[in-house]
Design a protein around this ligand. Structure first.
Ligand SMILES: Nc1nc2c(c(=O)[nH]1)N[C@H]1C(S)=C(S)[C@@H](COP(=O)(O)O)O[C@H]1N2
Ligand SMILES: [Mo]
Length: 325
């Protein structure tokens, strides 16, 4: 985001083709894995499936769509949303989707700590079974001025807050991404303050729109999009929507997020979308929709003002335009 300059959204056809070939290869490996299960018998079934990328949550999807959240534009084609990604743990180039296949998503545990009744660690599949899964169509607006519209599967963040039982003193929730040097080459960029951290106020996290996404296009979350669970807060710039979350810490103090630490003047804590507040180095007035020619106007709160504007009414004076960068 800071160092990376893209020549528009344009995805070379070759990359999309690569993806198709790549998936076909995965299919092949998968069928080979299943083949060896049949040959070798039950004992080796689990490792073979795991090696072939088997996801124990696959049977949960697709989930029922919540029709409350409407789009004003077409859905982005899956091939763009799953090949045009930001995930700095895997580098700052355009082949993130390929590099991110190294991410190991099982076993995966999520820690809940800080100002809660009882600190705990929960296995992702145990958590998924308890959460009210649904599908929502959301826009996503990156601070780099590109955008997409995608069907996330997942559950309201509020359901996780209820599950966590925060104490009255908790005012913010800090979230943390996995930081695994073995599989994430981006961590070698030692000048970044790993792990990737983000935060929301409790009011934001319990707002209807705040969503913990565990699937995309009716399937488990692709690794490059932040498997097995990532945030989706569509009224904020994309960098707030932290991927591959391993920890939620309830706290009294406002967390300092990853990009805020690096360049606080450009990437603040609140980061609500606003076409009138430019990034110091570029305009935020318009955006490039992935897969579409030309640019469209950017909307205040990315078009979600009716859901969230009230959260910031009393803060507008004290925070000024920091609400929007
Ligand atoms: N852990 C982590 N989360 C992250 C990022 C990242 O680099 N690391 N990039 C952010 C940015 S800038 C954007 S725009 C979105 C991109 O999500 P997508 O690849 O699913 O479109 O993820 C956000 N979450
Ligand atoms: Mo972004």
């Amino acid at each position: 985001m800071l160092l990376r300059v893209r020549k528009g959204w344009e995805l070379p056809d070759s990359a999309a083709t690569d993806e198709t070939v790549f998936h076909q290869r995965r299919q092949l490996i998968k069928s080979m894995g299943l083949g060896s299960v049949l040959l070798a018998g039950g004992g080796s079934a689990l490792p073979a499936l795991a090696a072939a990328g088997g996801d124990p949550s696959a049977a949960l999807y697709p989930v029922k769509r919540n029709e409350k959240y409407k789009l004003d534009r077409d859905l982005t084609e899956e091939k763009y949303a799953t090949t045009y990604n930001n995930f700095y743990e895997f580098g700052s180039h355009k082949k993130i989707w390929a590099a991110a296949q190294e991410l190991v998503v099982r076993p995966w545990t999520v820690k809940i700590d800080g100002a809660v009744e009882k600190e705990l660690t929960v296995d992702i599949d145990t958590l998924l079974k308890q959460m009210p899964l649904e599908e929502r169509l959301y826009r996503h607006r990156c601070v780099e001025a590109w955008s997409m519209s995608v069907p996330w599967s997942g559950f309201p963040f509020k359901a996780l807050v209820d599950f966590a039982k925060p104490l009255g003193s908790a005012k913010f929730i800090q979230m943390e991404t996995l930081a695994d040097k073995k599989t994430m080459p981006g961590l070698k960029q030692f000048w970044y303050p790993w792990p990737y951290l983000e935060g929301l106020s409790i009011e934001e996290a319990t707002n209807d729109l705040a969503f913990l996404a565990t699937g995309l296009y009716g399937k488990p979350m692709p690794k490059q999009n932040g498997a097995p669970m990532r945030l989706a807060v569509p009224w904020k710039y994309g960098f707030k929507s932290i991927k591959s979350i391993v920890r939620f810490t309830f706290t009294e103090k406002r967390p300092v997020s990853f990009w805020e630490k690096i360049q606080g003047k450009e990437y603040g804590f609140w980061a609500n979308v606003n076409p009138k507040v430019d990034h110091p180095r570029w305009s935020q007035a318009t955006e490039q929709v992935l897969g579409k020619p030309g640019r469209v106007p950017t909307l205040l709160y990315n078009g979600y003002g009716e859901h969230v504007a009230h959260l910031y009414k009393d803060m507008a004076k004290s925070e000024g335009d920091r609400l929007f960068r």
